[in-house]
Design a protein around this ligand. Structure first.
Ligand SMILES: Cc1ncc(C[n+]2csc(CCOP(=O)(O)OP(=O)(O)O)c2C)c(N)n1
Ligand SMILES: [Mg+2]
Length: 892
């Protein structure tokens, strides 16, 4: 960019022309002319950096600030009380030791940003308003508790139990309050888990988009409601924070407001010591199509800026980097005079009439309710774009020597008494020294002016926030018979479990009661799963419909985008699709309408890729189905190492309310999905389901009546071996997913080649079996004199003689999980190691999970028990051409 002025006169003329346009025709006209000029210059080859940054001052000029509607004195007092109680919450928790932790500095920097929202903007659900959704910054939680305390929604004894959620007997008794926003732990307060940085912003974006979806489909009127997301400036470095802002711009999510608290610091130090985070974010958000509102300077700067005719002050503001701005606020007025204004004699002159205290009091925009109000009001009124508010604040505001603007401030959970007394005086709170010493909680009587004001404000906005709805209306779920097609044998016809699932989904989409509540979600993978038929039948949701004639318009199943489309096609964006799934799966809570999302994706790009979102889904009490397609280490055979999933079931099993299954047959899928619907939609249980599906085609045996319970509990006898002959060896073979079919083949080999009988069990869920077993085992330990509970695994195998062998398409840990409940020798085969590409048959041999290895494993167990000679095992190894000297698959 050219920066030297080669013709000052000409420059002035241009600027004067612009001033005249602004004066006579306003900013819109000025914008129009600049746009035309830029276009002309650009076509002539001048690459102008227009559209990026604006000067380092507030976006909203003083002349356009609306009058402040609140009572500033009362709001100030309330804000000080809340600040104090937030601080006291952390101080008290850390009085005896710092084991519990907590944060003071973040909320202190953000308090005014929150208070303006609480007093003037954020609606709770009421008869008049559906309610705004606010994603609070996780580690500012003490501030939210402190406000809820004044509102009477959190008690003093709860505040005393900040981060102490378990009683002395180890019971989770609901008497404490959680460290951060966790709907799982405080299901009537917190709505959105935000503390894992980056997840709040991306979930907020997809929440806003989902609200447009609900509106577009005529399911809920979400107009007038907004999603507000609070982010730390450091948090914007997370890819999830900014990775989906393009979608928000493209989809014109004018129901979305981001507030980035730019306190210039993160945990260790400055966010952009050598630059300016506000300016950087402005460029990025503007490029993504957002309305950017900068709130840099507070009102006390207004007279100085108004007097800055030469632009020297703004120039100096732009020159200074964030590292310097941080230092200014860690020092004092004299320092600011010397180092900021002292850079130029004219600037020094500008503040010559001000005392050091007055210079020190020059405030930042994010601590000035008037400036914040103006920004929030502008965000509220803006249409056609999401808004980001970039508010400059001070980390640890008010903490003085205990942390204000200091690099150590983030982790301060103690403040010495001098700093606290100073804090009290600075915020004008009438606390006794004793109260300060105790870090006592303070709550004025309800009939005081400030408390009346607090209650009046929230009443006017519909009640307290955050508040979470636990249940919505239950839906009537179709009977299993609705999936009749999946329950009968397919005979010669070979299908995959993915195809079976797609048929089930189609049935559900057509169901009169729950059909419209179903939300199919796909990343760019519908054709992989044979779901492209849904494009035409149910439409892909688009707020603008379809502005073009699709290439395949003449086909039966063309690519149809539609304003009322039911399918969410998310593109190649698993975190985004997952966030959509969370939004839909928590609709019962946030919108009082249960929706039932089915998100289908390559299983490798699920838990492994977006595991932290899956954890947040559990915390959020999301209800819905995750379908890990093309699952297993050897079924997506040609794709190799990065695609072949042999561990998603291990990952899913770590989420306590995720119910996972690895079904082999269509009827199993049907039974599981129907029961999941019953639990989530009918009984409103806060669980979600993970099912792995395969693309391998084979024939399906259909449902044998009576096996439903076993399918749901995790195992049932699929095929008994031949009648036991006296003394003839017998084994129990377990299998899941596609490997179950290898296990069946192994049973045949054992019978034909070695006269060994084998009962074959379909294990639909090693995970559920283990959980049930652990539960029974724990109960038995704690109730030693009562009749012992018998785990499902143990009771199922009772009466079925012989060692047990399991083989799956997952790592050994998966099937190994039930070992404590198998009351006899148990050998587990699995796909430990990196995947690679080849034919399925060869890969299963490579991983040693195929029929031959199962047979050899069974014979080895029998030999160990003395039921067959070791030579028989050797004979099988030779007969099945097993290379005994090759390295194990997990070493290569
Ligand atoms: C994914 C993730 N990584 C790290 C952390 C730990 N952490 C909590 S707060 C914080 C610093 C936050 O800085 P910023 O986003 O600027 O927020 P501020 O407290 O300054 O408002 C860090 C690193 C986290 N919570 N989540
Ligand atoms: Mg920060």
């Amino acid at each position: 960019m050219a920066s030297t002025d080669i013709d000052a006169l000409e420059t002035r003329e241009w600027l004067e022309s612009l001033d005249s346009v602004l004066e006579h025709d306003g900013p819109d006209r000025a914008n129009f002319l600049l746009d035309r000029l830029a276009g002309r210059a650009s076509r002539a080859g001048a690459h102008l950096p227009l559209g990026g940054q604006t000067p380092y001052v507030n976006t909203i000029p003083v002349s356009e600030e609306p009058p402040y509607p609140g009572d500033e004195a009362l709001e100030n007092r309330l804000s000080s009380l809340i600040r104090w109680n937030a601080m006291a919450t952390v101080l008290q928790a850390n009085k005896t030791s710092s084991e519990l932790g907590g944060h003071i500095a973040s909320y202190q920097s953000a308090a005014t940003l929150y208070e303006v929202g609480f007093n003037h903007f954020w609606h709770a659900p009421s008869a008049e308003h559906g309610g705004d959704l606010v994603f609070f910054q996780g580690h500012s939680a003490p501030g939210m508790y402190a406000r809820a305390f004044l509102e009477g929604r959190v008690t003093e004894s709860q505040l005393r139990r900040f981060r102490q959620e378990v009683d002395d007997l180890g019971r989770f008794d609901g008497g404490g309050i959680s460290s951060y926003p966790h709907p799982w732990l405080m299901p009537e307060l917190w709505q959105f888990p935000t503390v894992s940085m980056g997840l709040g912003p991306i979930m907020a974006i997809y929440q806003a988009r989902f609200m447009k979806y609900l509106q577009g489909r005529g399911i809920v009127d979400t107009s007038g409601r907004k999603v507000w997301a609070f982010l730390g400036d450091g948090e914007t470095d997370e890819p999830e924070s900014l990775g989906a802002i393009g979608l928000a711009g493209r989809e014109r999510l004018d129901n979305l407001v981001f507030v980035v608290n730019c306190n210039l610091q993160r945990l260790d130090g400055p966010v952009r010591g050598n630059g300016k985070i506000i300016q950087e974010l402005e460029t990025i958000f503007r490029g993504a199509g957002w309305n950017v509102v900068k709130v840099v300077w507070g009102s006390r700067w207004d007279p100085l800026l108004a007097a800055d005719h030469e632009g020297l002050l703004v120039q100096r503001m732009e020159e200074a980097v964030d590292g310097e701005y941080q230092v200014y606020k860690a020092r004092d007025g004299a320092f600011v005079r010397e180092h900021f204004f002292g850079a130029h004699p004219k600037l020094r002159e500008m503040v010559a009439h001000m005392s050091d205290e007055e210079v020190w009091a020059l405030n930042r925009g994010g601590h000035d309710p008037k400036k914040i109000y103006a920004a929030y009001a502008a965000a509220g009124a803006h249409t056609g774009q999401p808004t980001v508010i970039l508010a400059k604040t001070i980390k640890g505001y008010g903490m003085g020597t205990a942390g204000e603007g200091q690099n150590i401030t983030h982790q301060q959970k103690k403040m010495d008494e001098t700093a606290l007394l100073r804090w009290r005086d600075r915020f004008g709170l009438d606390l006794t020294d004793e109260q300060v010493h105790e870090a006592a909680f303070v709550k004025p009587a309800d009939d005081t002016p400030e408390m009346s004001y607090l209650h009046e404000r929230r009443r006017a906005l519909g009640g307290g926030l955050p508040a979470r709805r636990r249940t919505s209306k239950a839906l009537e779920v179709p009977d299993l018979s609705a999936f009749g097609g999946q329950l009968t044998p397919t005979g010669e016809r070979e299908i995959s479990t993915t195809m079976a699932f797609v048929r089930i989904l189609n049935t559900l989409l057509r169901d009169k009661t729950i059909g419209k509540h179903v939300v199919p979600i796909v990343p760019d993978e519908s054709r992989t799963f044979g779901m492209e038929g849904m494009f035409r039948q149910f439409g892909i949701f688009s707020q603008v419909g379809q502005l073009y004639q699709p290439e395949d318009a003449d086909q039966l199943m063309f690519y149809k985008e539609d304003k009322q489309g039911q399918v969410l096609q998310e593109g190649i964006n698993e975190p985004g699709a997952f966030s959509s799934w969370i939004a839909a799966g928590t609709s019962y809570s946030n919108h009082d309408v249960p929706m039932i999302p089915f998100y289908i994706y390559y299983s490798m790009f699920g838990f492994q890729r977006v595991g932290d979102l899956a954890w947040a889904a559990g915390d959020s009490r999301t209800r819905g189905f995750l379908l890990g397609g093309t699952a297993g280490r050897t079924t997506l055979n040609g794709e190799g190492l990065q695609h072949e999933d042999g561990h998603s079931h291990i990952l899913s099993s770590t989420i306590p309310n995720c119910v996972s299954y690895d079904p082999t047959y269509a009827h199993e899928v049907a039974v599981i999905v129907q029961d999941g619907l019953r639990r989530m939609l009918g009984d409103q249980e806060d669980v979600f389901y993970y099912l792995t599906l395969m693309n391998e085609n084979y024939s399906h045996p259909g449902l044998t009546e009576g096996s439903e319970e076993g399918i749901l509990k995790g195992m049932y006898l699929l095929r008994p071996g031949s009648e036991p002959k006296a003394g003839a060896p017998r084994v129990q073979l377990l299998g899941s997913g596609t490997i179950l079919r290898e296990v069946l083949a192994a049973a045949d080999l054992l019978a034909e080649d070695f006269g060994v009988a084998a009962d074959v069990w379909s294990v639909t869920s090693f995970t559920e079996l283990r959980r049930e077993g652990i539960d029974a085992d724990r109960w038995n330990m704690l109730h030693p004199t009562e009749e012992a509970r018998v785990p499902w695994v143990t009771s199922s195998l009772a009466g079925h003689e012989g060692p047990v062998i399991a083989s799956t398409d997952y790592v050994r840990t998966f099937a190994d999980g039930i070992r404590p409940f198998v009351d006899r020798p148990y050998r587990v085969l699995g796909t430990d190691g990196f995947g690679r590409s080849d034919f399925r048959r060869k890969l299963r041999r490579f991983f040693e999970v195929d029929r031959h290895y199962v047979a050899v494993a069974a014979l080895k167990e029998l030999a160990d028990q003395g039921k067959v000679e070791p030579a028989v095992v050797k004979q099988a190894i030779e007969q099945y051409e097993i290379d005994t000297d090759r390295p194990a698959p997990f070493h290569v």
